[in-house]
Design a protein around this ligand. Structure first.
Ligand SMILES: *Cc1c(COP(=O)(O)O)cnc(C)c1O
Length: 400
C-alpha cells in the first residue's frame, strides 16, 4: 500500500496567545493608527521597530505595510529615479521586479546558479549597466557575500537586500540584510513572522532612514519613532520627500512583537524539518539537493531540489504522482506560471535578455514549503514519497 500525506502545505501555526491578547488590547483601545498614541505611550509599532532594530544589530528600523512596500521605499530612499536601471535576480518572487517597476525603473536581470544564488560572473559582466543592485536571497539561499561585496565595492554598486526568506539567517555570523545599505523583510503569512501583511526595512544611514520614514507617511510625526535618527536628519529631507503612505498599524505590530521574541526557536524548528527532508532525499538517483555553504546559517522554511536536465514530461509526471499522494511541489520550470511567478520571462513588462544557463536550472527546479505545522514524521514521510516517485519516473528518463 502506498503511503499518503494528508497535511496542508499552506497551514501555518496559530498566532500565539500572547499576541492575540496584545491584539485584543489594541482593538479595545481604538488606537490602531501608529501615530495615534496616548501621552507618554510609545505604541506597538515604535516598540516593534526598536526591538527589530536591536535584534538585527541595526541603528534604524521602519515597519511598513508589506515587503514589497519596503523594497519600493528602499529604492526611493536611495534615490532611484524613473528610467534608472536596477540589477536584480532573474529568479525571485514577483514583488522584487515589481518594486523596481513601481518606481519607474528598469530591471536588469542577473542569472541564477545551480546553488540557486545570483550568478556573480553574470553580475560582474553586467556591473556597468546600473549602480544599484536589489539582491534577493530567494528561497533563503545566500550567495558568496564576500565576493559580492568585493564586486559591488569595486564597481560602486549600492546594494538593497530582499530578505523575505532570510529573516534570522546569517552569512559568516552577520545577520542577512546588514550588508547592503538597506535590508528589507516581509511579515506576510508565508514568511518567518506572520502578521497577514507587513514588512520592515533596516539601515544604519541617517539620511536614508529619514527619507524612508517620510516616504512611508509620517505626517511630520517622525519624532515619535524610537528607531530613527534625530530631528536634523528630517529637517534636511522633509520638504522634498513625498508621502507615499504604507505605514504599519498597531494591530499588526502587536501580533508581531511576541513572534519576534521566539524567532530564533522558530528558525531552529524550520531547520530540523529541513534536515529531515534533506536526509530522506540524500543520494536519490536523478535528484540533486542544493549544497549549503559553510558560511551560511540558513532558515529552512522551504526546500528545493533539482531534476536537472530531465525532460518536461518526466518532471510533470513526478509532480502529478507526488500530488496524488498528498505532496504538493512547485515547479519553477513550468511553461505557464501557476499561483506565483518567479522567473524573469514571466515579467514581460520588463525587457529581458535570454539567460540559457538559468533557463536550464529553472527547468529542473522543484520547491516545497515546510510549514511548522509539519512534524518530523511528516517530513520523513514526505521525503519517502518524493524519493519513491522520483525513482519510479527516473528509470524511464532518457539516458542523460
Ligand atoms: C514574499 C516575498 C517578498 C515580499 O512580499 P510581500 O508579499 O510584498 O510582503 C519579497 N521577496 C520575496 C523573494 C518574497 O518571497
Amino acid at each position: 500500500m502506498n503511503e499518503h500525506f494528508t497535511g496542508s502545505f499552506t497551514q501555518q501555526e496559530p498566532i500565539p496567545d500572547t499576541a492575540i491578547d496584545a491584539a485584543v488590547a489594541v482593538l479595545k483601545s481604538g488606537r490602531l493608527h501608529r501615530y495615534n498614541t496616548g501621552p507618554d505611550e510609545a505604541g506597538e509599532v515604535a516598540l516593534l521597530e526598536q526591538e527589530f532594530a536591536a535584534e538585527m544589530d541595526a541603528k534604524y528600523c521602519l515597519a511598513v505595510a508589506s515587503g514589497g512596500y519596503a523594497m519600493t521605499t528602499a529604492l526611493r530612499a536611495i534615490g532611484v529615479k524613473p528610467g534608472d536601471r536596477v540589477l536584480t535576480n532573474a529568479f525571485t518572487l514577483a514583488p522584487v521586479p515589481g518594486a523596481i517597476a513601481a518606481v519607474g525603473a528598469v530591471p536588469v536581470f542577473v542569472g541564477v546558479t545551480e546553488d540557486l544564488v545570483i550568478d556573480l560572473d553574470d553580475l560582474a559582466a553586467k556591473a556597468d549597466q546600473a549602480d544599484v543592485l536589489l539582491l534577493s536571497h530567494m528561497r533563503g539561499h545566500i550567495c558568496d557575500m564576500d565576493r559580492l561585496l568585493a564586486l559591488c565595492g569595486a564597481t560602486d554598486i549600492k546594494i538593497i537586500e530582499d530578505c523575505a526568506h532570510t529573516m534570522g539567517a546569517k552569512w559568516r555570523g552577520r545577520w542577512s540584510g546588514r550588508d547592503g545599505i538597506i535590508g528589507c523583510y516581509s511579515t506576510q503569512t508565508y514568511k518567518h513572522l506572520n502578521s497577514g501583511e507587513g514588512g520592515f526595512l533596516v539601515t544604519d544611514d541617517d539620511a536614508v532612514m529619514a527619507r524612508a520614514v517620510v516616504l512611508s507617511g509620517s505626517y511630520m510625526l517622525y519624532g515619535r519613532h524610537l528607531a530613527a535618527p534625530g530631528a536634523e536628519a528630517f529637517e534636511a529631507v522633509k520638504y522634498d520627500t513625498p508621502n507615499i503612505s504604507g505605514r504599519m498599524d498597531h494591530l499588526r505590530a502587536a501580533i508581531l512583537r511576541p513572534q519576534l521574541q521566539r524567532l530564533a526557536s522558530q528558525c531552529a524548528a524550520w531547520n530540523t524539518r529541513y534536515r529531515e527532508v534533506e536526509k530522506g532525499l540524500t543520494e536519490c538517483p536523478g535528484l540533486r539537493l542544493i549544497a549549503r555553504p559553510e558560511a551560511e546559517t540558513y532558515v529552512g522554511s522551504s526546500i528545493q531540489f533539482l531534476l536537472l536536465d530531465w525532460d518536461a514530461a518526466g518532471v510533470q509526471d513526478v509532480l502529478a504522482r507526488c500530488a496524488a499522494r498528498g505532496v504538493e511541489l512547485k515547479w519553477f520550470g513550468g511553461a505557464e506560471p501557476m499561483g506565483f511567478t518567479s522567473r524573469y520571462d514571466s515579467w514581460r513588462y520588463a525587457p529581458a535578455e535570454p539567460l540559457p544557463e538559468s533557463d536550464r536550472i529553472l527547468a529542473g527546479l522543484i520547491d516545497m514549503r515546510l510549514p511548522l505545522t509539519f512534524s518530523l514524521d511528516d517530513c520523513a514521510l514526505i521525503a519517502r514519497i518524493i524519493r519513491s516517485e522520483v525513482g519510479a519516473v527516473y528509470q524511464k528518463q532518457p539516458v542523460q
